[in-house]
Design a protein around this ligand. Structure first.
Ligand code: NOJ
Length: 515
């Protein structure tokens, strides 16, 4: 496990929308470099960069055409290398987005595998033996070349699935994961990882990591595959970190990933926090924390077992913005929680200023309903929100026109802003080992349909009680032990501690350093 994960706090950058340095209306590497000081000053020490590789952009870059070449619109390989260096100069680690499950139909491998004549890439993808036969349980591409077969797809219909084999092959076209072609695919992915690691990146966020071996309900073969790849990394790149888009840490961490996310798909516990019909983090106070706690107990046990981390993101490019239905007081409570939980926090660009979900946008690059969460970063209240000097009509996506739109400049100048609260919370986390990635965790007060939520974080030297009351009403909890200690953080008014009782003002949070 890379040592730097002990206190990593990630910032996710969607490169299209972060900062445009060359006035073409789209973000780029140089733009990111210009904003690294902002990222560092806010307290982040790690970045996950969404795909930045050559692509026809049918799925915002998750349809890779060339894994070893950056997309021209972001800059050259050399410029990405410079971004790595600039990050490292500031003590920031940076993960690239690895998409091992599928490529674009325009990838050279797929073009070769479409040929009817047998060649090195014939089985790089999953092809049935006849154009009339559909691969088991998967959508497919068919009839677009002279090859007599259907090619399985992994996501959108222009993203053919790479062949890592089937857990239990039942048809002639299905191969075992250790057959020559699936083994060659796996080696090709290792080679791509090596390419970028040698250039200076610090690891990968892995797209759809659980999807590689097909018909593998218990993930047995998928886990073996990842053990092979992560084993290779541990030998040759021991400081590299891997986070999976999987959402089931009991499997991903067994595969050797350092971290997994709780996500908006799979078990519903994560959604119940901020995004369900009655989220727990709402002033309405109609939510329950127990859907989350049930999921978290299982996930946290896996993290402990495997020495890995479970990461709770504020959002990402696939979810509604956390601010879609939350006001700023509610958002502060959300961040008080996100930044005091174990695992490495992942904050989606713009969430730290409460950037809004932009309603009613036409889909861009396969975004569909996700498009509203992908609009340009709002740096100031000027032209194009300070994102770009291009004519507004050229922007990748429009910026908000609301005169009071959240923006970095205004929030930096306002001591009560969300951004300043986030900075305070990050500083608190950095100053207190118990609050960091591996600090122990235990629910202390977590009851069905009840507020507040109280949990204990501890390290060898500290014990901290974190109390959060996202509801709009005063709430109290009677604990089994007396609470004695010093309040080291408080939000939304002071909690009153009396013996075993903690009484909390509406929409508030506090951290008590126990003595
Ligand atoms: C998950 C990514 O986060 C999403 O944006 C993408 O569309 C799919 N995987 C397919 O790669």
């Amino acid at each position: 496990m890379a040592d730097w994960l002990k206190n990593a706090i990630f910032y996710q950058i969607y490169p299209q929308s972060f900062m445009d340095s060359n006035k073409d209306g789209i973000g780029d590497f140089k733009g990111i470099i210009q904003k690294l000081d902002y990222i560092k000053d806010t307290g982040f020490n790690a970045i996950w960069l969404n795909p930045c590789f050559d692509s026809p952009f049918g799925d915002a870059g998750y349809d890779v055409r060339d894994y070893k070449k950056t997309a021209e619109r972001y800059g050259s390989n050399e410029e990405l290398k410079e971004l790595f260096k600039q990050c490292h100069d500031r003590g920031i680690h940076i993960l690239l987005d690895l998409v091992p499950g599928h490529t674009s139909v325009e990838h050279e491998w797929f073009k070769k595998s479409m040929q009817p004549q047998k060649n090195e890439f014939t089985d790089r993808y999953i092809w049935t033996d006849s154009v009339w036969e559909q691969p088991d349980g998967l959508n497919c591409i068919r009839g677009i070349s002279d090859r007599d077969g259907s090619a399985a797809v992994n996501f959108f219909s222009m993203q053919p699935a790479l062949n890592y084999g089937y857990a239990v092959p039942t048809k002639p076209y299905q191969q075992k994961p250790d057959a020559p072609a699936p083994t060659a695919t796996r080696e090709a992915i290792k080679d791509i990882m090596k390419f970028w690691l040698d250039m200076g990146c610090d690891g990968f966020r892995v797209d759809m990591a659980g999807s590689l071996v097909k018909c593998d309900p218990e993930y047995k073969e998928t886990i073996k595959l990842w053990q092979d790849i992560t084993g290779y990394l541990k030998t040759y790149y021991p400081d590299a970190a891997m986070v999976s888009e999987w959402g089931e840490p009991q499997y991903s961490l067994a595969g050797g990933f350092d971290m997994d996310f709780l996500l908006h798909f799979g078990p519903e516990g994560y959604t119940s926090l901020f995004r369900s019909e009655k989220p727990y983090f709402s002033k309405k106070g109609e939510g329950t924390p127990t859907k989350f706690s049930e999921l978290y107990d299982v996930s946290y046990a896996s993290a402990k077992k495997h020495g890995g981390l479970v990461c709770i993101p504020s959002g990402n490019h696939d979810m509604d913005r956390i601010a879609r239905y939350r006001d700023f007081d509610e958002l502060k409570c959300c961040f008080a929680f996100l930044l005091t939980m174990p695992g490495a926090p992942f904050i989606y660009y713009g969430d730290e200023i409460g950037m809004e979900y932009m309603e009613g946008l036409v889909s861009k690059e396969g975004g569909f309903g996700r498009t509203g969460s992908r609009t340009p970063m709002q740096w100031n209240s000027g032209k194009n929100s300070g994102f770009s000097d291009a004519d507004s009509s050229m922007l990748y996506l429009p910026t908000s026109a609301a005169p009071d739109r959240p923006n970095v400049e205004a929030q930096l100048n306002d001591p009560d802003s969300l951004l300043n609260e986030v900075k305070k919370l990050i500083a608190l986390r950095q100053a207190n080992p118990a609050l960091q990635s591996y600090g122990d965790f235990e629910f202390v007060y977590c009851r069905d349909n009840r507020y507040p939520l109280i949990y204990k974080r501890s390290s060898e030297t500290q014990e901290i009680l974190v109390c959060v009351n996202p509801s709009g009403k005063e709430a109290d909890a009677v604990l089994s032990d007396e609470v004695r200690g010093k309040i080291i953080y408080s939000l939304g008014g002071s909690a009153v501690v009396n013996g075993k009782t903690v009484k909390m003002p509406p929409c508030s949070a506090c951290c008590i350093l126990m003595s």
